[in-house]
Design a protein around this ligand. Structure first.
Ligand code: NAD
Length: 475
């Protein structure tokens, strides 16, 4: 039903042989699904040596041939989508249709990078003297070390793996120990598509021990991390010691601004569905809702109705609208947000507590009347809790939206072209969805500013993140 878990190093699946490990838990039941082996120090050194050796082979493989292998992996992932989606739902909790969509988008991401790798153009800059050619080239950076979290077991690893491989880099990825199966299945697709040994290596372990071993290695030239801000700062500091390139996709606290000229009920339908996707455990999840006061009652009523109507349950069951949280840490965090809000005068419109007596379920929750300095309005919720508050003017809401140190995603709803342009310009955020929540596609850059990190994944930016620019002046 689930999958066999193993490390993938130098083209071979490895487990047992006295390695330590941990159990992977199904968050819908709290029961163990399988045992995950951890990489020993010798395994990590083996992965480093294999990735370094394979770099010579992979960078000299033509972009055309690289793309053929990658597209084959994408096709295999599509063929296996039902199975991979079941694996993901069991380990992570999200409803099966959400898992399946994630897997299919992951295949699209591989295709996008496979194609874009063939267009990693340089340019010729006119020289100042006759006969001088000034050539600008893009070269792969080398061995990449990547670290991914538990909320998108396939999608987050694929962005890093596909970007690195398309650029001609090799990669060691430490995926989440809590949701390893999605990445194991993804790596199987690349292995079965004929990727040469050592180009892609998958390891698991104690996160701090693995990152502190891999990042300082002189063989590693670039790191990419998705996860929390404190861990991102720690890993970025480790990378800085070796002056290594880094991409940091960290947390957010995305404001949603609903202007009075927008249809409040249509806006509520779109944004509520987006809010409770993956039980709110999404870095670009909408998390602070500011609604212009004329529309506030209608928006709140419709949003709350949506939250009340969501069916909570095991993601494998038909009709489940929202699954459990991925781990017990999120349950404790949700209780702490709700308790702080209540102490500060917040009113619970719906939800507010755990659900059921097994697994890690928390009710879809809507809170009103919370002050701007409450915990839920200032710290990333990463769960199914939505604070909704009114605002009066454009300037006031822009100031409130920009008041935090996060800058990942933001959303706005308006019927006015002028307001749409003005809010898009005024919001301090790496991505802004205006009358749209489609801010994460294979073709477009995905990344934050401020403490939400730096660098982009997706789009041409995602490919160039794995390349060095070289200038050759040839007389
Ligand atoms: P956490 O800060 O302990 O871990 C976040 C992620 O980083 C996990 O996947 C973890 O395995 C990994 N990690 C932790 N220490 C590491 C280290 N030294 N080296 C390498 N990897 C390391 O928190 P958590 O309880 O797992 O998640 C909670 C918070 O993390 C959330 O509130 C959210 O802010 C953030 N988060 C963000 C994303 C995202 O997509 N940006 C995803 C998951 C979690």
């Amino acid at each position: 039903m689930y999958t066999d878990l193993a490390l993938y190093i130098d083209g071979k699946w490895r487990s047992g042989e006295g390695r330590k490990g941990e159990d992977v838990i199904n968050p819908a039941t709290g029961k163990a699904l399988a045992h995950l082996p951890h990489a020993s120090k010798a395994d990590l050194d083996h992965a480093l040596a294999a990735a370094d050796k394979a770099f010579a082979v992979w960078k000299s493989t033509s972009a055309y041939d690289r793309s053929k292998i990658m597209r084959k992996a994408a096709d295999l992932l599509r063929e296996r989508a039902d199975h991979v989606a079941r694996v993901q739902t069991q380990e992570q909790g999200k409803p099966y249709p959400e898992s399946r969509a994630e897997v299919l988008t992951s295949a699209d991401i591989i295709d996008w990078y496979a194609e874009e790798g063939r267009r990693a153009y340089g340019r010729i800059v006119p020289g100042r003297q006759k006969g001088v050619r000034q050539i600008v080239m893009q070269e792969p950076v080398g061995v990449v070390a990547a670290f991914t979290p538990w909320n998108f077991p396939t999608l987050t690893p694929v962005r890093k793996i596909a970007g690195a491989l398309a650029a001609g880099c090799t990669i060691i990825i430490k995926a989440s120990e809590e949701t390893p199966g999605g990445c194991v299945e993804l790596v199987k697709c690349f292995a079965d598509a004929g990727l040469p040994a050592g180009v892609l290596n998958l390891v698991f372990g104690v996160p701090a021990e693995v990152s502190e071993h891999l990042i300082p290695s002189p063989l590693v030239k670039k790191i990419s991390f998705t996860g929390s801000i404190p861990v991102g700062k720690h890993l970025a500091a480790l990378a800085a010691k070796g002056m290594k390139k880094a991409t940091m996709e960290l947390g957010g606290h995305s404001p949603v601004v609903v202007f009075a000229d927008a249809d409040p009920e249509k806006a509520a339908d779109v944004i509520a569905a987006f809010k409770y996707r993956n039980a709110g455990q999404v870095c670009i999840s909408p998390t602070r809702f500011y609604v212009q006061e004329q529309s506030y009652p209608k928006f709140l009523a419709r949003f709350t109705e949506y939250a009340k109507g969501l069916k909570l349950g095991d993601g494998m069951e038909k009709g489940t609208g929202m699954g459990p949280l991925a781990n017990p840490r999120r349950l404790d965090a949700m209780e702490s947000f709700v308790n702080d809000a209540k102490e500060r005068g917040g009113k619970i419109q719906t939800g507010g507590s755990r659900h059921g007596n097994q697994g890690f379920f928390f009710q879809p929750t809507v809170i009103t009347d919370v002050p701007d300095d409450s915990k839920i309005m200032t710290q990333e919720p990463f769960g199914p809790v939505a604070p909704i508050v009114p605002f009066k003017t454009f300037d006031e809401v822009v100031e409130r939206a920009n008041s935090l140190e996060f800058g990942l995603a933001a959303y706005a709803f308006t019927a006015s072209g002028a307001t749409a342009t003005a809010i898009g310009d005024a919001i301090q955020s790496g991505m802004v969805g205006v009358n749209s929540v489609a801010i994460s596609t294979p073709e477009t850059p995905f990344g934050g500013i401020k403490e939400s990190g730096y660098g982009s994944e997706g789009g041409v930016e995602g490919l160039h993140a794995y390349m060095n620019t070289k200038f050759i002046s040839q007389a």
